[in-house]
Design a protein around this ligand. Structure first.
Ligand SMILES: *[C@@H]1O[C@H](CO)[C@@H](O)[C@H](O)[C@H]1NC(C)=O
Ligand SMILES: *[C@@H]1O[C@H](CO)[C@@H](O)[C@H](O)[C@H]1NC(C)=O
Ligand SMILES: *[C@@H]1O[C@H](CO)[C@@H](O)[C@H](O)[C@H]1NC(C)=O
Ligand SMILES: *[C@@H]1O[C@H](CO)[C@@H](O)[C@H](O)[C@H]1NC(C)=O
Ligand SMILES: *[C@@H]1O[C@H](CO)[C@@H](O)[C@H](O)[C@H]1NC(C)=O
Ligand SMILES: *[C@@H]1O[C@H](CO)[C@@H](O)[C@H](O)[C@H]1NC(C)=O
Length: 484
């Protein structure tokens, strides 16, 4: 681990004089029941892991004694304008966001009893329930919300499904399928009843690892039958399978989830920068391991360090810090040149797990200016729902509106420019693009209505040119079940 040690040393060396202005974290969920069963959810252990993770970042970013305290952020009592959280509307991920934020801003009575009290005019002290439980607004985005693409861009994306499925006809896949057939046989007794005879092969590499891993942690009636070395080998093969599915240099669609996620990071950072560091100082995004893997491939982390080919541990995080190089620095007047950005990874939540700084894009720099970060990342990002819809061939209802908008503007990626957006509040998360798409959709609907009215009034049939949102009704394969 010499390189990691060197990186940590480099990080420690810069810790002396700097001021953090904003942070974006992307987190995986904690320990859960097996994904194979549709009713999976966070376990007690998993809830505790993400709570501990939130608590770790509380120590780093909120504590007055921390060298990394975010400038001007409220230490104990959450200020809603300073914190943004969004999550796919899925049970396990929502639980993750909620427990993380409870670790980040615990019940106020437990950290600052004075602040937790409100006095009524008649002299009575009042406190929120549960010892001053702190309410954090979490934006839960369903897959019918255009903004959900920025958290889970591979879901409901037929082009991702076919690109990733093509991994299963690659020579690499077929070789591994053959060479591991006898290895997987040892699990048939345990797993045939669940996966079905003939399915305990590399073809089910993720499910096999996940079922065994969950059982090894939770099912005492069979855990003794799961050999640790064999389990580790199933993890290794699941990593290979998932990284094959979610990134290939020559097939960008496998990494679509990483491309939209990059835009999400840029959007949240921009909310901090646009407010000159006064708002949205901390953003928590929650999502799936496949988004991590796509991002790792797109940003050359995988070529820098092969550990990035592996699925991150439960409650693992990617962290983007914006900072300047002096103590108690005010927000830089010229953020493009004077605000710095660094990428870090914390691979789990156990005490002692380091937060490690890594270079992006295979370039060896542990930090870059905000301007450089935005330029480099913009080249990798899918920036609008219209663009995502076109690339994915998605059947999502919002794609009907987005596609018409794109057709009108003559440029799929230009659709966002018509939107008025909401960047100043930084709290709705609705991008300019989404606002533009919806706005244009509504406009078209109104045009359609007027045309209909004209027909009624004048008895003249009009040819609809911009046609009411043409539903691109293709029945296609839905996406694979979501990775979480
Ligand atoms: C003060 O007002 C609150 C809310 O109306 C009430 O519940 C409480 O009983 C009052 N206390 C006294 C001492 O009057
Ligand atoms: C990546 O894509 C190339 C070109 O389509 C293909 O030859 C190769 O087998 C793929 N690799 C994997 C691991 O799917
Ligand atoms: C093997 O898995 C596939 C896909 O999940 C399923 O459709 C099939 O029924 C399974 N086979 C058996 C024998 O259960
Ligand atoms: C433990 O595993 C056995 C064998 O697969 C299964 O029958 C049982 O339902 C499992 N128990 C729990 C609590 O998951
Ligand atoms: C995180 O830990 C897992 C499990 O040990 C490993 O497979 C993966 O490579 C690690 N990732 C990073 C970035 O350290
Ligand atoms: C980064 O990754 C991209 C895509 O995989 C590749 O084309 C490029 O050569 C890599 N750059 C470096 C410096 O490794």
């Amino acid at each position: 681990m010499a390189p990691v040690f060197a990186l940590l040393t480099a990080l420690a060396a810069t810790a002396a004089a700097e001021t953090i202005h904003g942070v974006v974290i992307f987190t995986r969920h904690g320990d859960r029941t097996a994904k194979f069963y549709p009713t999976y959810s966070l376990t007690n252990l998993g809830a505790e892991q993400v709570y501990q993770s939130g608590s770790y970042y509380r120590d780093r970013y909120l504590s007055n004694s921390s060298a990394y305290k975010v400038s001007g952020i409220s230490s104990d009592q959450i200020q809603p304008a300073q914190v943004y959280a969004s999550v796919p509307d899925q049970l396990t991920l929502y639980q993750t966001s909620l427990y993380f934020l409870q670790g980040f801003y615990p019940p106020l009575g437990s950290v600052n009893s004075q602040l937790s009290i409100e006095k009524l005019t008649n002299g009575t002290d009042t406190q929120d329930p549960l010892n001053g439980y702190q309410f954090v607004q979490i934006h839960a985005l369903s897959t019918s919300d255009p903004n959900s693409i920025y958290l889970k861009g591979a879901d409901d994306c037929p082009a991702w499904t076919s690109a990733s499925t093509s991994y299963r006809s690659s020579p690499e896949y077929l070789d591994t399928l053959n060479s591991t057939a006898s290895f997987y046989k040892q699990f048939e007794d345990l797993l045939n009843p669940i996966l079905g005879a003939g399915n305990v092969t590399y073809k089910q590499a993720y499910n096999i690892f996940d079922l065994l891993n969950v059982a090894s942690i939770h099912n005492s009636s069979i855990s003794s039958r799961i050999d640790a070395a064999a389990l580790n080998q199933t993890r290794y093969l699941a990593n290979q399978w998932e990284s094959g599915m979610n990134f290939n240099n020559t097939q960008p669609m496998r990494a679509i989830g990483g491309q939209t996620f990059i835009q999400n990071v840029l959007t949240q950072m921009n909310a901090t920068v646009a407010s000159k560091g006064t708002k949205q100082k901390f953003s928590l995004l929650t999502g799936s391991y496949n988004t991590f893997l796509s991002f790792f491939g797109l940003t050359n982390l995988t070529s820098t360090d092969p550990t990035f080919l592996g699925i991150p541990n439960y409650a693992g995080n990617m962290v983007f810090e914006m900072y300047s190089d002096a103590n108690n620095a005010s927000f830089p007047a010229n953020p493009n040149d004077d605000l710095k950005v660094r990428f870090m990874m914390r691979n789990g939540s156990d005490a002692g797990t380091p937060l490690t700084n890594y270079p992006l894009w295979g370039e060896g720099n542990l930090n870059v200016t905000y301007g450089t970060f935005v330029n480099k990342m913009s080249n990798l990002a899918v920036k609008t729902p219209a663009s995502w819809c076109a690339k994915c061939g998605s059947l999502q209802t919002f794609c009907a509106a987005a596609n018409v908008t794109a057709a009108n503007s003559g440029d799929a990626s230009a659709a966002g420019s018509t939107g008025s957006g909401n960047a100043s509040s930084g709290s709705t998360g609705l991008s300019n693009a989404a606002a533009g798409g919806i706005g244009a959709g509504v406009t078209l609907a109104v045009v359609g209505l007027l045309a209909g009215l004209a027909f009624l009034l004048f008895g003249r049939k009009r040819k609809a040119t911009a046609a009411a949102p043409v539903a691109h009704e293709r029945k296609g394969s839905g996406s694979e079940s979501s990775s979480v």
